[in-house]
Design a protein around this ligand. Structure first.
Ligand SMILES: CC(C)(COP(=O)(O)OP(=O)(O)OC[C@H]1O[C@@H](n2cnc3c(N)ncnc32)[C@H](O)[C@@H]1OP(=O)(O)O)[C@@H](O)C(=O)NCCC(=O)NCCS
Length: 122
């Protein structure tokens, strides 16, 4: 289940954001969280499985697309399809919008698309 970010999730969200490549300083992580809190078209979601929050995805929403800016899965749960599940759930939330990537999320999103195409071919 994808949950919309709220303040109560700040620490877990920062922990998950810290797995993204690049600047992991507390200052930078707080700036990123504040962007999601304060800018209407920046939206952050957390993936809850059983009772645990194990993934995060952050997007910028535009009129006819959204760009995946941040995507992260708790290392204990990687390689189990959680990352691609988050992308699928995001697509279910915004079925009419095109899914775009940034430099950091591009290669994983390409991989998700390839997996989807393989499944469709089967
Ligand atoms: C990227 C990430 C979200 C994938 O989560 P996950 O739950 O392990 O993803 P899935 O189980 O759905 O898919 C795993 C597959 O994606 C591949 N993969 C992982 N990171 C990748 C990347 N950056 N680019 C392309 N493929 C990637 C894995 O090698 C694996 O391949 P396989 O199925 O051929 O074995 C996770 O590795 C993560 O949190 N990484 C740290 C954060 C990060 O780097 N984010 C930026 C990239 S989105």
């Amino acid at each position: 289940m994808l949950l919309r970010y709220k303040k109560a999730y700040e620490k877990i969200a920062m922990g998950l954001l810290s797995y993204m490549p690049g600047d992991k300083s507390v200052k930078k992580l707080q700036e990123t969280i504040h962007q999601y809190e304060n800018e209407e078209n920046w939206q952050l979601f957390l993936l809850k499985q059983d009772e645990d929050i194990i993934g995060l995805v952050g997007i910028i929403l535009d009129a006819d697309s959204y760009t995946v800016m941040h995507l992260s899965v708790n290392p204990s749960f990687r390689g189990e399809g959680i990352g691609s599940k988050i992308i699928t759930k995001l697509g279910d939330l915004f079925p009419d919008l095109e899914c775009k990537s940034n430099e950091e999320t591009e290669s994983f999103l390409r991989k998700c698309r390839q997996k989807e195409e393989t499944h469709l071919d089967e």
